[in-house]
Design a protein around this ligand. Structure first.
Ligand code: PEP
Ligand code: MG
Length: 755
């Protein structure tokens, strides 16, 4: 094995000097390749930079024909250099010319070289270019040399990232770092936001790459690892996982990785090449990210993500930087980009400056999506690798309507989205104009449009939309966004504030619907194979009545002197409802005994979201003061298709015959029993579905604020009896196909009903 002249540390020291010199970017790069070639005893050293069009351009060379600089290009995947860029992994060959991928570029004069070592120039896992050294002789490059080349590549990556190399890019050949990107995700909140990237967990900017004293750097690394390990142990021991919202399982994985010898060894080795502790962590993290971005197995990807998170913690520990962005100190037009985010963290950001959210995780029913919707912030979820593909300050567009993200958009793309945002604003304006128009169908049927809410931030929408009341107040949201269990008096305060804000309009408070996907960070999670079918909502309320009792008490006290409606979620049997009602009755008796002022009316209702209730619907309608259809859950259970699972989301249609027959049964029975009925699942807010619901006889629809305008515009143009007749006839006809969607869409088109 050959010993590189001067060794990697000398190389880095010299590099630092070159980086500090006041010379042009091209001169600096030219000096760097000369230095590396000399240091590694190689005849050739070249730097290829990835351009926005996906080709690799020769930016500097020592040893190859200099005339080829800025002329020679390789397509992605072409030749050895293209392959290294694609795979984001080093490649060392003793005879490059015999490799099947070797591509001969006559203008470079490289035909005489055999030994070849190429390493990707990586930043945050993204390939920015390739660094190559070549030797005339057949040569085997040592691990140490490969390591040294990677370390050098990191310095070049910083030059590219700082914009220095963009300055010498040829006209029309921008470097890839500034490449426009289009990413597909899913819509979390409708709306289009244009702005600039703010990373929720700011990347640590490692300014100091090159070590002064290696022993000190190793010690700094070891000390930081010890601290990170201790903090993870402490979090696990405290059982307190609220800090960053991680759950125990993730922390256990962190703990495992924090003791992983392979990972620790790679970081130590990186320090030994002459890097500072933080630069070494970043180097290894960047390799890991490159693997993560290419990993297709979801389980392994998830683990690489965990390792990435852990490396972040280590970096923050080393440079003493805050872990998350300062919510109050936000630039104008900020679009937050994060892997995941808790609802409380979102509420910390200055709403006036926030234009959108882009998340790698987070489905439409996630807590953060619920809060984003309440605040009316455009949000896109499930955008793979979003955090790695952006740089802070990049221009970005979050299209929460289509579930798309545009990063560094070209001017024409940006103009198109700006127009889309303008049109949306105009449409919203038109909906606002409908605010005071009574929601009455063309055939004279008055419809009650209500809102789904869960935060005080939702309540101004009542006035803005002209909705008549709150058809579903999800009380668990207060619990989900809190750092600790809200006390009875805190609950009472919120309920009172809600009742004050609505100024006499009706509000239906749903008792805590936790469990399943709604996990409280401060409550120890119980291991369940099937949480959606597990111990949740009313089941917890009946088995451990303490929590339900204190909530009911808070509701009754908050409602003194007013009408109050309490609704029980996830009821599966008549008996569960009567037991829930008894708990309310006991609290009423208790408060009366103690001389508390009582609500003027107390209505107790039940959500219809477990299919078993369809077969007890008459009994339920006879007992309950009102019922409300939670179609999100009802349909997921009816079709055994997880509402959070994208893969099965399209497997059933709410306008399918089975769904509509179930909904008709509920509407008909409630009418016959003279029981008030509403529907508060997402389908109530979609105009075409809402049209069908009105046809089936539903008269109270509760929905997200942004749906009120479109649904009202639809119903003002609708003859509800007419559509009802069409639906009933179709549902009774055994020849009808699986769904009424196209029948209904055609009906709407013929009648010019906006859906
Ligand atoms: C439903 O299930 O339809 C519903 C409204 O409740 P949630 O979405 O809160 O489960
Ligand atoms: Mg539900």
């Amino acid at each position: 094995m050959r010993n590189p002249s001067g060794g990697p540390r000398v190389l880095l020291r010299r590099l630092r000097e070159i980086m500090a010199e006041p010379i042009s970017a091209q001169d600096r790069l030219d000096r760097i390749v000369v230095l590396i070639a000399a240091n590694m005893v190689a005849e050739v050293c070249s730097v290829y930079v990835l351009r926005a069009d996906g080709t690799l351009e020769l930016y500097a060379t020592e040893g190859l024909n200099r005339e080829a600089v800025h002329l020679t290009t390789m397509r992605s995947g072409e030749g050895l250099v293209g392959q290294i860029a694609d795979a984001a992994q080093p490649l060392a060959l003793s005879d490059a010319q015999t490799h099947p991928a070797f591509a001969y570029k006559p203008e470079t004069g490289e035909e005489i070289y055999h030994g070849f070592l190429g390493v990707p120039i990586l930043r945050a896992g993204n390939t920015l270019g390739v660094l190559v050294v070549q030797n005339r002789a057949h040569r085997t490059y040592s691990e140490e040399e490969i390591e040294a080349a990677q370390t050098t590549a990191m310095v070049v990556a910083e030059m590219i990232a700082s914009g220095e190399l963009q300055a010498i890019a040829q006209e029309g050949a921008d470097i890839a770092l500034k490449k426009p990107l289009y990413l597909q995700g899913v819509s979390l909140t409708e709306g289009v936001g244009l702005g600039h990237v703010v990373l929720h967990e700011p990347r640590v900017v490692v300014k100091n790459l090159i070590a002064e004293n290696l022993d000190e750097e190793v010690e700094r690394l070891e000390a930081a690892i010890r601290k990170v390990r201790a903090s993870i142990d402490e979090l696990i021991e405290r059982g307190d996982v609220a800090d960053h919202g991680e759950h125990r399982e993730v922390l256990e994985t962190f703990r495992m990785f924090a003791h992983d010898q392979g990972w620790l060894r790679r970081m130590r080795e990186a320090v030994m090449t002459g890097l500072t502790a933080e630069a070494a962590v970043e180097r290894v993290q960047s390799d890991n990210r490159a693997r993560m971005m290419r990993q297709t197995d979801p389980y392994l990807r998830e683990r690489l993500h965990d390792l990435d998170d852990l490396a972040n913690r280590l970096l923050h520990q080393l440079v003493g930087q805050d872990f998350v962005s300062d919510g109050a100190d936000l630039p104008e037009n900020a679009i937050i980009v994060a892997r995941s985010m808790g609802p409380a963290a979102l509420l910390d950001y200055d709403r006036g400056r926030l234009r959108g959210i882009v998340l790698e995780e987070g489905g439409p029913a996630s807590h953060v999506a619920i809060v984003a919707r309440a605040l009316g912030i455009p949000a896109v979820g499930r955008v793979e690798n979003a955090t790695a593909l952006v740089e802070p300050g990049d221009a970005i567009i979050a299209d929460g309507v289509a579930g798309e993200v545009q990063i560094r958009p070209r001017p024409d793309v940006e103009a198109a989205y700006a127009e889309k945002a303008r049109l949306r604003a105009k449409r919203q304006e038109q909906y606002r104009a409908l605010c005071d128009v009574a929601p009455v169908t063309r055939d004279g049927i008055a419809v009650d449009l209500q809102l789904n809410a869960g935060l005080l931030a939702d309540l101004p929408h009542l006035e803005e939309t002209g909705a008549h009341g709150i058809g579903l107040f999800r009380t668990e949201i207060q619990f989900m966004v809190a750092q600790q269990m809200p006390s009875t008096s805190e609950q009472q305060k919120l309920y009172r504030a809600v009742l004050d804000a609505v100024d006499g309009a009706p509000v239906v408070f749903r008792t805590l619907d936790i469990g399943g996907d709604k996990i409280l960070p401060y409550m120890s999670a119980i291991e369940e194979e099937n949480p959606a079918l597990g111990w949740r909502a009313i089941r917890i309320g009946l088995d451990r009545p303490g929590l339900l009792r204190s909530q009911v008490r808070a509701l009754l006290k908050a409602g003194s002197g007013r009408d109050i409606a309490i609704m029980l979620p996830m009821v599966a049997t008549v008996e569960e409802f009567t037991r829930g009602r008894e708990i309310v009755a006991r609290e009423i008796a208790y408060l009366r005994r103690h001389g508390h002022a009582m609500p003027t009316d107390i209505a107790i209702g039940v959500m219809i979201e477990v299919p078993a209730l369809l077969f007890q619907i008459r009994e339920i309608c006879a007992l309950a003061d009102f019922i409300s259809v939670g179609s999100n859950d009802l349909l997921q259970f009816l079709f055994a298709a997880d509402r959070e699972n994208r893969q099965v989301a399209q497997r059933y249609d709410p306008l399918g015959v089975a769904s509509l027959r179930a909904l008709r049964l509920i509407a008909d029975t409630a009418r016959e029993s003279d029981c008030r009925v509403s529907i508060c699942g997402e389908i109530a807010g979609r105009p075409l579905e809402a049209m069908a619901l009105l046809g089936l006889g539903f008269r109270t629809l509760s929905m997200a604020p942004s749906s009120v305008g479109p649904v009202k515009a639809m119903l003002l143009a609708l003859d509800a009896q007419e559509v009802g007749a069409v639906i009933r006839e179709k549902l009774d006809d055994p020849e009808t196909g699986p769904t009424l969607r196209s029948t209904l869409a055609q009906f709407a088109e013929r009648r010019r009903i906006p859906v």
